[in-house]
Write a protein that binds this ligand. Structure first.
Ligand code: ADP
Ligand code: MG
Length: 729
């Protein structure tokens, strides 16, 4: 198949001499039980390594969030160091999530000089608990003036330390929070931990009203689904756009061949499977429960999905997964693209954030269950989520906003930029009954009594699925599907936890008030839920989220439609949001403003880099390629005429090409002008200008560039094509 379509030299380049022989593949089929978590400093290892009293004290911090006893730190550090050295670690690092969206690490050796002039491995409690990386090179949104450039990292004992192995040895990674010297968060973990705490305290109050006493902690659970592309390294290196921006800025789409339809169900090619097995092997060793792997819709697109975990750990793991996916690809002559839209016209990549709330006593608060009692609990928490989403559409939109994700949202492959909730038939029906309220119930002689006979036992998994909804109830959790593949889900979950915490708090207050008036608990709850669903039902939508009708209908319902990322960022510091974050101690005002500044900055930076890269490619590749062909055509016409051949077809082609080149040149100048005229100063205005002037100019230039590519023969085109990048595996 491939042989018909590509020259033999291309195939050789792509396959990179990769064969199934001589790969360490066999090694990766190890028994999961024996390797799972072997590179994490887990509770079991700690129990074994640490003195009993130290372990107990640490457990109090991990389990109950009690402040860390400082005297414990030295003992923990000693145990951790011994364990790490046993696994070949020579260095340790405070591993953190700065606001760049990736992870950062600064490695320090365990080595310390001893008195005799030699060296020994040392690692103390102080070094475990606190680090002091130079904060000045991380984005802070003005939180950290350069004169006070210090920031510090603080050990998060609730996320296990782990070892990363590479060719040069091994490093002990200690998950940490990163804050400015004044205590303001400079990372994604700090607010995440704060938001989990907010959810915890709101939910515990609610649970008390429900008479549930055995739960001492409530936290959110998160399971992500990560889509990605793999392209051959050879092609990657020959595409300046992929190198600089992670996406193709030019490129005509391949003819829609059979491969397109085959891919989703297709078997996974050998080289890809070997890559996946390698990633999984590393993930298992680090205690990351990767569960699913499969081909995705687009050619060259795949997915990894780990099992859900405590939100804090899941978010750390999500960062580790992305890093491992990128690193491992290189071993196989591949490059892993996490960009939301690497290829125009081809399905982009998203990240589903499956989210629920659970108690330490083992209740999933979004599990419909089949007993009336747990239905009541479920309906209360589910209603809180509906209320939270309806009241905070803007924040959810911010949580999935980025320059990259703007290519997806609302583009018929991902949910629209309008937030809505899909509940499924069963739940919709339950809420319809609830909404009708008390009157009808008395008529039906108590049949509608909430949480009793009427409510049908809800099935574990609602049968129907709606792929077009940004926020769908899927059996026992909500699935937020609008997140971009390259985004950190930490921020996503900060938003989810905080808005849920607030809604639960308000519903709890309503319930408390209703209990004073109502005769029974059920009656009071019914009133509260019925009122809530009346107020928030406009966020519920079970139809086709991709359709134009929905956009109109949503506008009628008064739902927000923040089309682009800058529109969303602008809402972040609205008074409602400042108050919300402040009251739950998740962000103070300065932290919100700083984050908003970074969002605008990153958006503008991403797009200016893309614009520059595009202009460069236009000048250094597309234009010269086009000119070479032009020369060939014109020379041929002249030579033909000299021999008396009337080469009208060639002359016409030359004319078409000439017109395209002229248009292309004009559009290139327009782009350069637009870029040169980005206003100084206000970052919000800059972002809006870039969106309105630079992005459309890029769009136009691309269309013409792609028409030129269609015309110019392969041997004169020096950029790898979509066909090559997408179909050679
Ligand atoms: P899809 O049908 O959307 O592809 P998958 O079955 O692939 O769904 O993924 C479901 C995801 O939801 C997995 O990551 C899974 O761990 C996660 N999940 C399941 N239960 C929960 C829960 N209670 N809380 C959070 N995530 C959950
Ligand atoms: Mg999903």
């Amino acid at each position: 198949m491939l042989h018909n379509r590509f020259s033999s030299s291309e195939i050789k380049a792509a396959s990179q001499d990769w064969t199934t022989q001589n790969t360490p593949m066999k090694k990766y089929t190890a028994d999961i039980n024996s390797i799972f978590g072997e590179l994490t400093y887990s509770l079991e290892v700690m129990e074994e390594k640490l003195p009993k009293n130290v372990f107990k004290s640490l457990l109090a911090t991990i389990d109950r969030g009690e402040p860390l006893d400082p005297t414990v730190a030295d003992a923990v550090a000693l145990g951790m160091k011994e364990w790490a050295i046993e696994h070949g670690a020579t260095h340790y690092t405070h591993w953190f999530q700065p606001l760049t969206g990736t992870t950062a690490e600064k490695h320090d050796s365990f080595i310390t000089p001893n008195k005799g002039g030699g060296a020994m491995a040392k690692f103390s409690g102080k070094e475990l608990i606190q680090g002091e990386p130079d904060a000045s090179s991380f984005p802070s949104g003005g939180l950290r003036a350069t004169f006070e450039a210090r920031g510090y990292t603080a050990w998060d004992p609730t996320s296990p330390a782990f070892i990363v192995k590479n060719h040069h040895g091994a490093t002990l990674c200690i998950p940490t929070a990163f804050a400015s010297w004044t205590g303001e968060a400079l990372d994604h973990k700090t607010p995440l931990l704060r938001s989990i705490e907010a959810l915890n305290s709101s939910s515990l109050e609610a649970l008390e009203l429900f008479g549930i006493e055995d739960a001492t902690k409530v936290f959110s659970t998160v399971g992500t689904e990560q889509e990605y592309f793999l392209v051959d390294e050879e092609y990657f290196y020959r595409r300046p756009d992929l190198i600089a921006t992670g996406r193709t800025l030019f490129g005509t789409q391949p003819p829609r061949g059979q491969e397109m339809d085959d891919h989703y169900f297709g078997s996974i090619p050998e080289r890809i499977l070997a890559y996946m097995a390698d990633v999984e092997y590393q993930m298992y060793r680090q205690g990351i429960p990767v569960q699913t792997r499969h081909n995705e819709v687009a050619p060259g697109q795949y997915e990894f999905a780990p099992l859900f975990e405590h939100a804090n750990i899941a978010c750390d793991h999500q960062q580790m997964i992305m890093q491992t996916m990128k690193n491992t690809a290189r071993k196989y002559g591949l490059v892993c693209l996490l960009h939301e839209k690497p290829f125009a016209g081809i399905n982009g990549s998203g990240k589903h954030n499956n989210w629920s709330m659970a108690t330490d006593s083992g209740i999933n608060l979004l599990e419909p269950g089949d007993t009336p009692h747990s239905n009541k609990l479920f309906l209360f928490f589910c209603t809180a989520v509906i209320k939270a989403v309806h009241e905070n559409q803007d924040l959810l939109r911010v949580a999935c906003a980025s320059a990259g994700n703007d290519h997806r949202l609302g583009a018929n492959e991902a949910p629209p930029a309008i937030m809505s909730i899909f509940l499924g038939d069963q739940l919709e029906d339950v809420y319809n009954q609830l909404e009708k309220g008390t009157a009808s119930k008395s008529k039906k002689s108590g049949l509608l009594g909430l949480g009793s006979q009427v409510l049908p036992p809800l099935p574990r998994h609602s049968g129907d699925r709606n792929r077009t909804s940004p926020f769908a109830f899927t059996g026992n959790k909500f699935e937020f599907r609008a997140v971009g593949s390259d985004q950190t889900v930490s921020f996503t979950n900060v938003v989810l936890n905080t808005i849920a915490a607030q809604a639960i708090k308000e519903l709890t207050a309503d319930l408390r008030a209703a209990l004073k008036k109502a005769k029974t608990f059920d009656k009071a709850l019914e009133t509260v839920l019925s009122n809530a669903i009346k107020a928030h039902k406009s966020i519920l939508f079970g139809g086709d989220g991709y359709s134009d009708d929905w956009t109109k209908e949503a506008a009628k319902r008064g739902l927000l439609n923040l089309r682009t990322s800058p529109d969303a960022f602008a809402e972040f510091k609205a008074k409602k949001n400042l108050d919300l974050f402040k009251s739950h101690k998740v962000f103070n005002r300065r932290e919100v403003i700083a984050r908003q500044e970074i969002m605008f900055e990153q958006y503008s930076q991403t797009l200016t880099i893309e614009a520059d890269c595009m202009a460069n490619m236009a000048r250094k590749h597309i234009m010269p390629n086009a000119v070479s062909y032009m020369k060939e055509l014109v020379n041929t016409v002249v030579a033909a005429q000299a021999t008396g051949i009337h080469a009208s077809g060639i002359a016409e082609t030359a004319e078409t090409l000439n017109e395209l080149i002229t248009t292309f040149k004009t559009e290139l100048d327009t782009l350069a002008d637009a870029k040169n005229n980005i206003p100084d100063g206000d970052i919000e205005k800059q972002a809006m200008y870039i969106r309105d002037e630079v992005v459309p100019a890029m769009h136009k230039l691309r269309i013409t560039g792609d028409l030129i590519e269609k015309l110019v023969p392969k041997n004169l085109w020096d950029l790898p094509s979509y066909e090559e990048m997408l179909f050679i595996k």
